[in-house]
Design a protein around this ligand. Structure first.
Ligand SMILES: [Zn+2]
Length: 265
């Protein structure tokens, strides 16, 4: 039983009136507070989403650490970098484009010099990205600059890069490759990528890329795994450039009859 029912009419009135006033005030203030409450709930939701995303990132990092540990055992580690200057871009189907690329285990002047020379040859050939195997140095190094011009844009050097995760959304984009002069075709790839890599001093860092830089990175990263852009073309797209690929194979084999090359399917 409530106090209001037991009390005399006078007491009841004295109790109920303020209660009613209080109740309408409460209702009004609840309504006034509603948008803030909704915003707070949304904010709590987004905090929860951020926390979940952070946790997923941490788990992905841990998995990448595991992969890195495996990589160390699966690919050789280069402790000395050797090349012949000036660098020249190898053309398809040079077997060095399909060879295993060693992890880089040396962070000295030779690595800085190699990266610098790779930028030079990349700008000379009007490229926006270049992977070390493309200049005949089979190590896990890439350079890129989406501006494609010295002194413009940002020069990015990635040593021993690893993909931590790839975005779910994908897009089609027409790609070219310095090892395939004159060949351009659409390739579908994820539009975002999170990467872990080392800089020229061996310091580890993580970056997230989207748009054109994400596209360039994935193309160059494929080179480090001996994968070339036509491997990723849809069959109907590959059909449009197959003859050009065959022509390049014929020309290469004519100049290098002993070479063991992987030809287009
Ligand atoms: Zn390429």
């Amino acid at each position: 039983m409530s106090a209001a029912v037991c009390a005399s009419p006078a007491v009841r009135a004295a109790l109920v009136r303020p209660l009613a006033r209080y109740s309408s005030k409460l209702t009004a203030s609840l309504w006034a507070a509603w948008p803030a409450a909704v915003a707070l709930r949304a904010e709590r939701g987004s905090v929860a989403v951020q926390a979940r995303n952070r946790l997923q990132d941490l788990l992905a990092d841990l998995r990448a650490e595991d992969n890195e540990a495996e990589d160390v055992h699966n690919v050789p580690v280069a402790t000395k970098l050797e090349w012949q200057a000036p660098l020249a871009v190898l053309q398809y189907p040079d077997p060095r484009l399909r060879a295993v690329n060693a992890r880089i285990g040396v962070f000295d002047d030779s690595l800085r010099q190699l990266a610098e020379e790779m930028f030079e040859v990349m700008y000379q050939d009007d490229g926006v990205g270049l992977a070390a195997p493309q200049v005949g140095v089979n190590v896990r190094l890439m350079v890129f600059n989406e501006a494609g011009e010295k002194g413009k844009g940002e020069e990015i050097v990635l040593v021993n890069p690893q993909i931590i995760n790839l975005g779910k959304s994908r897009n089609l984009f027409e790609e070219g490759c310095l090892s395939f002069p004159g060949i351009y075709a659409d390739v579908e790839r994820p539009s975002k990528v999170k990467i872990k890599a080392q800089d020229l001093n061996g310091r580890k860092f993580t970056i997230s890329l989207s748009g054109f830089p994400a596209r360039i990175f994935q193309h160059e990263y494929d080179h480090l795994d001996g994968r070339l852009f036509h491997d990723r073309m849809a069959p109907e797209v590959l059909a449009t450039v197959r003859q050009q690929l065959v022509d390049m194979e014929e020309a290469y084999l004519k100049a290098n009859p002993e070479a063991q090359v992987q030809r287009v399917a």
